[in-house]
Design a protein around this ligand. Structure first.
Ligand code: SAH
Length: 209
């Protein structure tokens, strides 16, 4: 899988490639789907949610430029797979907090992270559109569900010079993976690829139902 992602140009940076080599994706998908873990598809993790395709995650992480020692907030823990990759990138010198709104998925993600040795990643149940003030300011914020825009509390909790990435758009229509860098004078937004994520449901996201 990693070789293909490199060949197709999704993975470029040695540290990101190494993180992908280290994290066992099959440990983060439901047992019945393990044989598909290394195919380039999103997979169901229950409750209508999905773990993203490896190529999408590669693109997300390459575009965010996560560095060793950084403090990273993830919104949408799901399986915990992406949080494990973030943990590899920041190492124990940094901090990874991942927020999940559905308690059952938070437990699933937490358990997967524990089993694979990433027990130091903090999984919090809550509405990630409000961010996580106790850990702010964040160097990087990653939203793994589709949002109408960058939620204002997350922009407030991002340090100047920090980056936030999210699939922005409508969940039934077009979404684009966007990364914003917070400067003294405002945001510099870069658009990457069209994509398809489940909705971000919360106070500054979409309404439930
Ligand atoms: N990063 C995950 C993929 C998660 S799919 C992985 O690696 O597997 C998106 C997740 O975002 C779902 O689990 C969904 O329940 C969660 N989510 C949606 N809205 C949220 C919100 N406001 N706060 C926290 N999590 C949210």
């Amino acid at each position: 899988m990693v070789e293909e992602l490199v060949r197709w140009g999704y993975l470029r940076t040695p540290r990101v490639i190494e993180a992908f080599r280290r994290v066992p994706r099959e440990e983060f998908v439901p047992p019945s789907l393990r044989r598909y873990a290394y195919e380039d598809h999103p997979l169901s993790i229950g409750l209508g949610q999905t773990i993203s395709a490896p190529s999408m995650i590669a693109l997300m992480l390459e575009s965010l430029e996560v560095e060793r020692g950084q403090r990273v907030l993830e919104v949408g823990t799901g399986s915990g797979y992406n949080a494990a990759l973030l943990a590899e990138l920041v190492t124990r010198e940094g901090r990874v907090v991942s927020i999940e709104r559905l308690p059952r998925l938070a437990s699933f993600g937490r358990e997967n992270l524990r089993r694979t040795g990433y027990d130091w990643v903090e999984v919090v149940v809550g509405d990630g559109t409000c961010g996580y003030e106790p850990g702010a300011p964040w160097d990087r914020i990653l939203i793994t569900a589709c949002s109408p825009g960058f939620p204002p509390p997350l922009l407030d909790q991002l340090r100047v010079g920090g980056r936030i990435g999210a699939p922005i758009g409508h969940f039934y229509h077009t979404q684009v993976w966007k990364v914003a860098e917070k400067g003294e004078e405002g945001l510099r937004v870069q658009s990457f690829t069209p994509c398809s994520f489940v909705p971000l449901v919360g106070k500054y996201g979409w309404r439930e139902g």
